[in-house]
Design a binder for this molecule. Structure first.
Ligand code: ADP
Ligand code: SR1
Ligand code: MG
Length: 422
């Protein structure tokens, strides 16, 4: 079928041609079809049997433009190819953390996948203050496995270079990230968020600070030039789906070979922005403590998994057995992990800035209706980005990160009782 934008009317006829999908649905009659896409780029439908809603699939289709901006912002449909490729890699490496692929169709820019069902996008229960035991550890394990196993430590050289070629042309989405994370938030750009007091604060705190801006530039350079491992590329709390004791990763269309610290820093940033939001949202100090502990667990589990795999993986591109004495190898590993940690801190700072003053802010803060409260919390996040960025290479380790962040929040003016929802 040549490219056609699918809708509720066309989907049954499209799906009935696909045996693997029909195995799940059983029939193309009486389907309940709902567009559930809440993302910025694509259309996503849940297709379920009206008489048996547990028999369902998810159909994702790319349109030739950026959904959130409309047809005036063209964007290649190829993003679905990269999403499909990355999801295949993840299905091989970490099947427990991703939906199964049921069908892919390059011509139609369609991906049909397992419906994760009642599992919720993390951002929304997090806004309500719901805890998920083991969440940080799951995220850290996902990161440890995927980053290690696609790096020069986890793969043999030729296979890895070939895999890299599969993602080299995800250029348009990489460019979106370059601009939306590393350029627009630091200049006066029309796509930026429009809240004058927050913008004025950003101007004072970071847009006019050359030291901060030079550090942003360093991280933009890393993003543009380093190819450490296959990254998710858009790992935030809207790309995670969770239930008690279940964690899934979705929306992998931004996948590319980039710096180790990028995904790690971005997801930690989302936990911090949730922390900020709970000065107003219902979780209060207990939930804030949980969020910070989970952010710490992300790093700890990532590091443990990465180092465990390093011990167990001979014959990869970078290191050959016996090259270094044990003490020297231990020293090399320590420095290696230190660089990832420092970079994660810097990318965390970039991400907080971007989600505060750029397009596509986090709902945790941006969806707060009371403008005074929202502005107060946005200014706090502007300061948080600056605070982390100006010491990203001095924080040193994850316990100091926790202490540094706790110190930052303890300096913030307390919110008045009436500003809290509790
Ligand atoms: P976009 O690329 O436009 O950001 P997403 O991949 O984030 O789209 O999907 C949009 C929404 O669709 C998600 O927030 C989630 O609610 C839902 N969704 C996506 N994939 C699945 C899945 N496999 N199972 C259940 N729901 C899903
Ligand atoms: C213009 S694209 C804005 C954002 O939406 C996606 O989900 C990514 O986070 C991207 O940066
Ligand atoms: Mg997406």
């Amino acid at each position: 079928m040549s490219y056609t934008v699918l809708d509720e009317k066309l989907i049954p006829g499209y799906l009935e041609q696909i045996p693997r999908v029909m195995e799940v649905l059983g029939t193309s009659d009486e389907l309940a079809i709902t567009e559930i896409g809440d993302g910025n780029l694509n259309f996503v439908f849940r297709v379920a049997r009206a008489d048996d809603p547990k028999r369902s699939v998810i159909l994702k289709q790319a349109v030739p433009y950026l959904r959130v901006e409309g047809e005036g912002w063209p964007l290649s449909r190829d993003r679905i190819l990269f999403e499909t490729r990355a999801l295949r890699v993840y299905n091989d490496l970490v099947p427990q953390f991703v939906p199964e692929i049921l069908h892919d169709d390059a011509e139609m820019s369609v991906l049909v996948m397992q419906d994760l069902g009642a599992v919720k996008v993390l951002r929304y229960p997090m806004i309500e203050g719901v805890e998920f035991p083991g969440l940080g550890t799951d995220i850290g394990k996902f990161l440890g496995e995927t980053l290690f196993k696609t790096s020069t430590l986890g793969m043999e050289s030729i296979a890895r270079r070939r895999l890299m070629q599969d993602f080299n042309l995800n250029d348009e989405l990489c460019k979106l990230t370059e601009e939306f994370i590393f350029t627009f938030p630091y200049v006066d750009h029309p796509s930026n968020y429009k809240n004058p007091p927050t913008n004025a604060h950003a101007l004072n705190v970071f847009r006019n600070d050359p030291e901060y801006l030079k550090r942003i530039l360093r991280f933009k350079e890393l993003f543009l030039t380093k190819s450490d491992a296959l990254l998710h590329g858009d790992l935030h709390t809207g790309s995670l789906m969770v239930e008690q004791n279940e964690t899934y990763v979705i929306d992998v269309e931004f996948a590319f070979f980039g710096p180790f610290g990028f995904d790690v820093g971005k997801i930690i940033a989302n936990f911090l922005m949730a922390y900020t939001s709970h000065f107003h949202r219902p979780g209060g100090p207990d939930y804030q403590a949980w969020l910070l502990n989970e952010a710490v667990s992300i790093w700890k589990a990532f590091e443990a998994e990465f180092l465990r795999l390093w011990d167990e993986t001979p014959g990869a591109a970078l290191y050959f057995e016996g090259m270094l004495e044990p003490a020297d190898l231990a020293d090399y590993k320590k420095r290696f992990m230190q660089t990832i940690f420092d970079d994660a801190m810097g990318f965390c700072a970039c991400s907080v800035a971007r989600r505060t003053v750029g397009l596509a802010g986090v709902a945790d803060v941006r969806a707060i209706e009371d403008l005074d409260i929202r502005t107060h919390l946005e200014c706090m996040n502007v300061d948080l980005s600056h605070w982390i960025m100006m010491q990203y290479d001095e924080i040193g380790d994850i316990d100091s990160f926790k202490a540094t962040v706790t110190d930052f929040y303890s300096r913030q003016a307390p919110m008045r009782q009436e500003e809290r929802r509790v």
